[in-house]
Write a protein that binds this ligand. Structure first.
Ligand code: MSP
Length: 503
């Protein structure tokens, strides 16, 4: 049932500080946080990081436009990133900024090591640059002469550059992707093979001479390393931070699980270049979980359409739990998903208010009414209780299994299923009826026990509300090793309104 791992490394992409983050970015970090919290409850040691990707010409240009020092410019936006993660309850351990000295040194060290091993060489770059995506393309990769990502115009660019050897690993990476479970969902493998690997996989240009807003190279002061070589290495520089719960040697240990979240349009970098870097450092391959994109009311979010949803506003209105729950449950992992304001409210009322908060409040109220807030001792006599326990035990096993396969949707569906059983149990046992007076002990004690269990399982998704409930049972050390807590004789509040209904 439980997996063999003792440690889990969880990373998110590091975001460009060229604008504040939107609901799509909140999706990635919510999923990563759900996994991190789940693993901690399993008793694993977790190292969870996020960060910011701060170098490159585009950011430099933006700062210049605003007549601001570039570091100051990005720092303001990075502070907003941190504020968002804080409000969203994202429990990362380390925030990597690519402008941190710790990170810069790691990039320089790996660059130096690769130059010595002839994995990086100096050459001449010729390509088409999309400023908006900070990506270079070969002529072959352009679509109708335009950027294949955003469709904008590209410029021809020629310059001396350092290159990371990629071409010679073509067979290896194709085989790795096809024969292992490294990249999920698997259908993305074929897309990669068709579009990049089988077509033309070129060595990767990783340095520039025409601007200085990048990582300076020790071996050659006229160049700076920037974009992907710089950015990807954050997944290793994170180990050098003071707050790192464990060090880089954990990466290769057999009992370490490595899970990296990313959006679909950056699969190429994570599933081709990154594994090649790792292989050459003698490091094992991670699990890459690639999610789809969030669209708003049917449209891709963009400044020009004015449909960018600010997660901070949603949190202000509904609370972080509501946003987290919506993102986890309404988007099928791997596929694109929709965000809709009306749908959000409906979902919030239907699940968090009607199914969860109601279950808790109804039960607390009955505990107050019939037992003056002190939970009676439980003796199981009713067949229905017995049958419900059996069903719930099966669901509990499935819940744990769902997260072993990173099946966030199944995990959430099972939680809803669990809530439905408990709410159905109240409806069927009708403890308010006089004829059921003798069953009240059993019904209330059983429900109070199971409210702990469902809150524990729900905790990774809605940490704020569930923490309030779990605290009523005990202060700390909540783990999946203790799914049930003896509640007989324990006093609980007379009611609790975890989520208020919205009109
Ligand atoms: N800096 C690079 C990542 C380097 S990781 C070593 C980058 N940054 S980004 O800010 O442009 O995007 C970061 C992530 O946000 C990507 O995974 C991307 O897929 C995700 N998203 C951007 N818009 C999104 C949606 N509308 N929906 C879901 N995710 C989206 O790329």
């Amino acid at each position: 049932m439980a997996n063999k791992f003792k440690k889990t490394i969880i990373t998110t992409p590091i975001y460009y500080p060229n604008a504040n983050l939107h609901i799509g970015h909140a999706y990635t970090n919510t999923l990563a946080d759900v996994l991190a919290r789940f693993r901690r409850l399993e008793g694993k040691q977790v190292f969870f990081t996020t960060g910011s990707d701060e170098h490159g010409q585009k950011l430099l240009d933006k700062a210049n436009e605003q007549k601001q020092d570039v570091y100051e410019y990005v720092s303001e936006i990075v502070d907003n990133f941190k504020l968002l993660w804080n409000k969203l309850n994202v429990s990362y351990d380390v925030f990597v900024r690519t402008t941190d000295q710790t990170h810069i040194e790691k990039v320089q060290n790996i660059f130096g090591e690769f130059v010595k091993k002839d994995l990086i060489y100096k050459g001449f770059y010729q390509g088409y640059y999309c400023k908006s995506d900070e990506s270079y393309f070969t002529k072959f990769q352009l679509e109708n002469g335009k950027c294949p990502i955003c469709g904008r115009d590209v410029e021809l660019f020629e310059q001396e550059s350092y290159f990371l050897r990629i071409k010679q690993f073509k067979e290896w990476i194709a085989n790795e992707l096809q024969t292992t479970e490294m990249l999920f969902p698997k259908f993305r493998v074929n897309e990669l093979l068709n579009s990049f690997i089988n077509a033309d996989l070129e060595d990767l240009s990783i340095s520039r001479q025409n601007f200085s807003w990048g990582v300076p190279i020790n071996e050659d002061s006229s160049h700076v390393v920037y974009v992907w070589f710089d950015a990807l290495i954050n997944y290793l520089s994170m180990f050098s931070y003071e707050q790192a719960p464990f060090k880089e040697d954990a990466w290769n240990q057999e009992d370490t699980e490595i899970v990296q979240f990313l959006g679909k349009e950056i699969i190429r970098f994570h599933a081709i270049y990154w594994p090649i870097i790792l292989k050459n450092l003698g490091m094992k391959m991670p699990k890459l979980l690639a999610h789809g994109w969030l669209v708003v009311d049917g449209e891709k979010m963009s400044k020009s359409l004015g449909n960018i949803v600010d997660p901070l506003k949603v949190i202000e209105e509904y609370g972080s739990d509501a946003l987290r729950h919506y993102l986890v449950s309404k988007i099928s992992f791997g596929a694109d998903g929709k965000f809709g304001q009306d749908d959000f409210k409906e979902h919030y009322n239907a699940i968090l208010v009607n199914k969860y908060a109601n279950l808790v409040n109804r039960t607390l109220k009955m505990n107050e009414k019939y037992f003056t807030c002190k939970v009676p001792s439980k003796v199981i006599k009713m067949e229905l209780t017995d049958a419900t326990i059996k069903s719930l035990t099966i669901i509990e096993t499935k819940i744990i299994e769902a997260m072993q396969t990173y099946n966030f949707n199944a995990y959430n569906d099972l939680l809803i299923n669990y809530l439905d059983y408990l709410n159905g149990y109240i409806d069927k046992t009708e403890p308010w009826k006089e004829e059921n007076v003798n069953n009240r002990n059993e019904i209330i004690a059983f429900l109070m026990e199971k409210i702990y269990t469902i809150s524990l399982f729900f905790n990774p998704i809605i940490p704020s509300a569930t923490a309030k409930i779990m605290k009523l049972y005990k202060n700390d050390n909540h783990t999946f090793n203790e799914l049930t807590i003896d509640v007989s004789g324990k006093e609980f509040p007379p009611s609790m309104h975890l989520f208020e209904r919205r009109k």
